[in-house]
Ligand binder design. Structure first.
Ligand SMILES: C[S@@+](CC[C@H](N)C(=O)[O-])C[C@H]1O[C@@H](n2cnc3c(N)ncnc32)[C@H](O)[C@@H]1O
Length: 273
């Protein structure tokens, strides 16, 4: 029986017991409500908290200039373009990344999920000349053959060339384009060295967890991690679930008006999320 037919059948049974039927068959009615009451009491709710972790934004937020005082006074560079570009950042999110980059002046950046390279391009434009930007994406031949299945989303089936937006730019020499599946990828050469890490690859739970664990290994003690796509959209369920779990052991903050969650030492937060 289909779900909708089951719902209709249940509604009909309830309506029967809420009408005149209790006057005609009071015993049967009592038995009906007792059975329902017993079922509710026996219902195992142990999984409910894990479901809530998948579907609620529980991480507190802070304004960008509370996290980075006077950040709004620092000019930054944005290339003209269509924002949001499907699968990429919104204009304000791009501004946020550029501003953070200008503010912290990183020497080394790591990006999970290059896609067309729009964020990568903006990282090159807003980082010091000496900065090295490492960005990882799947080579076309293994897009359908990753350790963790890639979730369906707006870029599923889209034809694009990894890094197409920065290719040919005069700042391309700052970029180290890496190819591979991020889960089994070997990061040992980057351990303890990254000032800024952006996680925006496969949004499936196990992949977000694996990317995050590798990010923590690559981060230097003063570094910042930004996770993109902390949203309630079904294809971002893995991000929200992983970050909600992580927030019970690590201080995480949402950046107001963006889908970014940030990890950095010593941040102030608002609790009315
Ligand atoms: C949402 S897009 C990234 C958008 C990009 N950060 C930007 O701002 O334009 C996700 C990217 O992650 C890549 N990706 C998905 N699964 C991956 C994996 N297992 N390893 C490496 N890259 C992966 C996809 O090919 C895609 O280009």
């Amino acid at each position: 029986m289909s779900k909708s037919r089951k719902i209709i059948k249940c509604a009909k049974v309830f309506l029967k017991y809420l009408g005149l039927y209790p006057l005609i068959a009071p015993r049967k009615t009592r038995r009906f409500f007792r059975t329902i009451g017993d079922a509710i009491l026996k219902y195992d709710t142990s999984h409910v908290s894990s479901q809530i972790l998948q579907c609620k934004k529980i991480i507190p937020y802070a304004e960008l200039d509370e996290l980075f005082p006077k950040i709004k006074t620092i000019p930054m560079l944005i290339m003209p373009g269509k924002y949001p570009d499907e699968g990429g950042l919104t204009l304000y999110e791009l501004i946020t990344v550029c501003a953070i980059c200008k503010y912290i002046k990183p020497s080394k950046i790591f990006e999970f999920g290059t896609f067309k390279g729009n964020t990568t391009l903006h990282l090159t434009l807003n980082s010091p000349d000496r900065c090295e930007i490492n960005t990882l994406d799947l080579p076309p031949e293994i897009r359908g053959d990753t350790l963790f299945p890639v979730e369906d989303g707006p870029i599923t089936g889209m034809s694009f060339s990894v890094g197409e937006k920065y290719q040919g730019s005069s700042l391309e020499n700052k970029i180290n384009q890496l190819y591979g599946d991020s889960a089994p990828f070997d990061y040992t050469r980057f351990y303890g060295s990254m000032d800024l890490i952006i996680i925006d690859g496969n949004h499936q739970y196990d992949n977000v967890k694996s990317d995050s664990e590798n990010a923590f290994r690559m981060l230097n003690p003063e570094g910042i991690i930004l996770w993109h796509d902390y949203t309630l959209l079904p294809d971002h369920r893995g991000v929200i679930q992983y970050l909600n779990e992580l927030s019970s052991t690590l201080k995480l903050i949402r950046i107001a008006d963006t889908c970014f969650v940030m990890s950095r030492k010593g941040d102030k937060i608002h609790h009315d999320c």
